[in-house]
Design a binder for this molecule. Structure first.
Ligand SMILES: [Zn+2]
Length: 259
């Protein structure tokens, strides 16, 4: 069942963080779509390496990005953006952390907007507004919306699982709700995180850093179903399958849509 896709990455969102943030829409997500509350990210549990793995479906030892400093791949692999653009699809990206620009190669994006996380009080909300306006106008085939305030202003500034952190997650879920309520008929929406965290940081192989939640809302997924043994490497193949674009031959993850 082909459809367009919106992927929402909420940086540093732990499963117990989203379940405990107090936003009633989390229950709606659990009931209306499939979910994985114990999905695994890759080590090191750091933003750029994890997002490279999210889009390229290989672990950091293969794509070579092991810190937040981007280095051109020695043995380049096409990521999801390159595969989608190569198939003629239109791609868009809205992000609040500048190094993420390198998850796609030049020429893959038809629309993009970046804003620094401290440039406005509610960066994630602003980017969501911008993405919504673009989707209304241009209906891109694949949209990536990245929210950073949960990690920077919640986790690092205040501490993982503090009330401030939980409040930022709740705000991010409200942004996701706005997207789903507006475009849920036209798009399959996937909500995930790059990594978790504990104390004031992340990056270790501790389960608190390595375990991430995922929510899948769309006609390819069974409502209320818990998916098991899910990895961040599964996202690119799953989204490519929904968009009906080919996976790159190097991708290692599996397709999560029902057969
Ligand atoms: Zn961080």
């Amino acid at each position: 069942m082909k459809s367009k896709v919106i992927l929402i990455s909420i940086d540093g969102m732990r499963p117990d963080g989203v379940l405990g943030c107090g936003n009633p829409y989390v229950q709606t997500l659990l009931q209306n779509g499939s979910h994985a509350l114990d999905a695994r990210t890759v080590f090191p549990s750091v933003t750029l390496p994890c997002h490279m793995s999210m889009f390229h479906s290989v672990p950091p030892e293969r794509h070579g990005i092991t810190t937040n400093l981007y280095m051109p791949q020695v043995r380049p692999i096409n990521g999801l953006f390159e595969q989608a653009a190569g198939a003629g699809l239109s791609c868009a990206m809205y992000y609040g952390w500048e190094p993420l620009r390198d998850v796609s190669r030049p020429g893959s994006l038809r629309f993009a907007e970046y804003i620094n996380a401290y440039a406005e009080d509610a960066t994630d909300g602003y980017l969501t507004d911008r993405a919504i306006a673009r989707i209304e106008k241009s209906h891109p085939d694949f949209v990536f919306l990245y929210m950073v305030e949960t990690d920077e202003k919640g986790g690092h500034d205040s501490g993982w699982m503090t009330q401030t952190y939980l409040d930022y997650i709740s705000a991010a879920i409200d942004n996701a709700r706005r997207v789903i309520e507006r475009f849920g008929d036209e798009y399959t929406v996937i909500i995930t995180a790059d990594h978790g965290g504990h104390g004031r940081g992340h990056g270790s192989d501790d389960p608190q850093d390595m375990t991430i939640p995922m929510f899948f809302v769309g006609k390819q997924f069974t409502a209320g179903q818990a998916l098991e043994n899910v990895s961040i490497l599964d996202l690119a193949p799953t989204i490519a399958a929904i968009l009906e674009v080919p996976a790159a031959p190097e991708w290692e993850g599996k397709i999560l849509v029902r057969g």
